[in-house]
Ligand binder design. Sequence first.
Ligand SMILES: *Cc1c(COP(=O)(O)O)cnc(C)c1O
Length: 379
Amino acid sequence: MTEFNTKLVHGIDIDDNNTGAVIMPVYSATTYQFAKPNELPRWDYARSGNPTREFVEKQITELEGGYQGFAFSSGMAAIHAVFATFRPGDHIIISNSIYGGTFRLVNEYLKEFDIEFTEVNIQDLAAITAAIKPNTKGIYFEVVDNPLLRVASVKQIAAIAKQHAITTIVDNTFLTPYLQQPLKLGANIVIHSATKYLNGHSDNTAGLVVVDSAALATKVYFTQNAIGGTLSPENANLLRRGIQTLSVRMDRHLANTHQLVEFFSHQSYVKKVHYPGLQNDASDQIANEELRDGGGVVTVTFTDTVDVSAAIEKLKIFKLAVSLGSVESLVETPYNMSHAELPVAERLRLGITPQLVRFAVGIEDGHDLVADIDQAFTN
Ligand SMILES: *Cc1c(COP(=O)(O)O)cnc(C)c1O
């Protein structure tokens, strides 16, 4: 079985039920019988391992082309479990443009445990090299950053990291394995907030990690089991279902997003369209070489003539909410919403102005979405 869509639907063999069920059953048992006290069975206690969760873990491992996968109760639990594999005194290089929750975990929690971090502009390979120290053990970034959707090169960054035996960790929530498989480009660990595209229906908080080696698998399994932020069997079942339709949903997300990108690029009230591959900078070439497509999010800087909040109020289909990757279209203003935690000066430095609007495009009819935006923003 080699094709991506076939893998999505069939995942892996269901080898342990005797009913002929075509999907993995939900095993809700928290504990399992031992045959003898000194014979550890395959399953003993649900936090340590559960067949329904393991099915999802194998699904994502297969799709990423990795060694082993791990499912968590949220994207943040997944990210925490990965950072928890490091030790006091370790140094980790991180992108200066990462998810706010990750930024908070690093700055308000992990630093107190003597893990050292250096923030870099992840587009700047020279800055990455300059940040490397003898105790540098990891580099962490998002391939497509948020909200400006600039693309970092997994290939180039992983090549630098490899020379120094540094573990490359990628949060690839925005792309999913349908659009990029970072392990195949040299990354060692890929993380997803599966709450977004992989689940796809705004009804499940989940996180996934896939590693490329047995040594990393041992470390992540230890923190998953020891800290215990595992995905429940019921939520694993929802995620299993979501993953099976990833590519059909994603194809519509992409078609609709391309329609909106095209529409926005012809409007006089649009100052800049931010979309991978169309940034008019060096990252366009990276996007073309390393991404199959730019994804289902587009961010727009509107001219000062646009009253952004009045226009958003007029939208009928797009719902004003954070998050992304679900069937329904969402709109948000990073300045006031997703990135409000950052100090104002920092927001402005990053280009997150009050005129910036992020559209997480759903799977409705594309022309309805264009018409909705047209009636709201054109006065
Ligand atoms: C949402 C998100 C997270 C956090 O995931 P949760 O499932 O909300 O815990 C991490 N990284 C990125 C890029 C995200 O979009």
